[in-house]
Design a protein. Structure first.
Length: 308
């Protein structure tokens, strides 16, 4: 009999389970599928936004959007179109019901347990196909799946039950290959982080403009000090590098951000005669603020209270 067996809502960045339907089946096949569920949850951030894993008698399908993944386990003969319509319905209801800020800041597993009721009701409705009245949605999903079929994950890609072999996403188009990602994913950008990024760009632009003015002054007056030009351009490079460190993950990222901030301070100390106290305060404060935001935006990892 074709049917949906279980479903769950999982946060993409760390695999924290937010909600799940109750599953009473204790068969060997189901136990194995639970292992695959856990393994997939740990690598959602490195997988395409629509995937299928075929595991013999069962299929695991999931879609991801806005930092949340919606996963379901069904029998192998359950129609793929119905499966993804089911997941799409869960996604729409979850986004409508919950604020994404609350989702991003959740620290305990199953903190949206009240959503289980909707999962159960929807699962029962999709297991009784005669009661479905979504022919138009099914047609739309059928077309979408034909245009962009889900990525087929093979069991061999998952590695052992204790962990994954390395899988990461570069560019995903339909059933295309997955290529290595050049950078580890960082946590989502916050409003203070965006502000620090913009201010760092502004400081870099101001240093660049003053640097060109210093060059003009140097050409007009032979007695001008060329070291001021170097200080302005070093300040520009430091500000732009802070922007780079905020956006991308690199080795020794925190140490590099502190060294860059030190360079900003040294440049402004050297330019003491050319800037007033408010200008110096602004540049140093922006550098410190950007360094703090780089420190706070760490690579994605497990929540300390997460234990599947």
């Amino acid at each position: 009999m074709s049917m949906i067996l279980s479903a769950s809502v999982v946060r993409v960045r760390d695999g924290l389970p937010l909600s799940a339907s109750t599953d009473y089946d204790q068969s060997t096949g189901m136990q194995e599928c639970r292992k695959y569920f856990k393994m997939l949850s740990k690598k959602l951030s490195q997988l395409p936004d629509r995937c299928t894993l075929k595991t013999g008698q069962y299929n695991i399908n999931f879609i991801s959007s806005l930092g949340v993944s919606y996963m379901m386990l069904c029998t192998e003969n359950y129609p793929s179109v119905l499966a993804f319509c089911f997941l799409d319905e869960l996604q729409k209801e979850f986004i409508t019901t919950y604020n994404m800020m609350k989702t991003n800041t959740a620290i305990r597993p199953y903190c949206f347990i009240e959503f289980d009721n909707f999962i159960q009701r929807t699962k029962q409705r999709y297991n009784n196909t005669r009661s479905l009245s979504t022919k138009m949605n099914l047609a739309d999903m059928q077309t979408e799946i034909k245009l962009r079929p889900p990525y087929q994950i093979s069991v061999s890609e998952l590695g052992s039950a204790n962990g994954f072999s390395h899988i990461s996403v570069g560019e995903y188009k339909g059933t295309g290959k997955i290529s290595a990602a050049p950078h580890q994913r960082l946590e989502p950008v916050t409003l203070p982080g965006i502000v620090s990024f913009v201010l760092s760009l502004l400081c870099g632009a101001l240093n660049l403009i003053r640097g060109f003015h210093a060059i003009e002054s140097l050409l007009q007056n032979e007695g001008e000090d060329f070291s001021y030009v170097i200080a302005f351009f070093l300040g520009t490079a430091a500000c732009l590098y802070q922007c780079y460190l905020f956006v991308y993950y690199t080795g020794w990222r925190n140490a590099k951000s502190f060294l860059t901030f030190g360079l900003i301070c040294l440049c402004n100390m050297y330019l003491y005669e050319l800037r007033n106290m408010w200008q110096l305060f602004f540049h140093v404060t922006v550098g410190a603020f950007s360094t703090l935001q780089i420190r706070l935006r760490q690579p994605q990892g497990k929540s300390p209270d997460y234990n599947v």
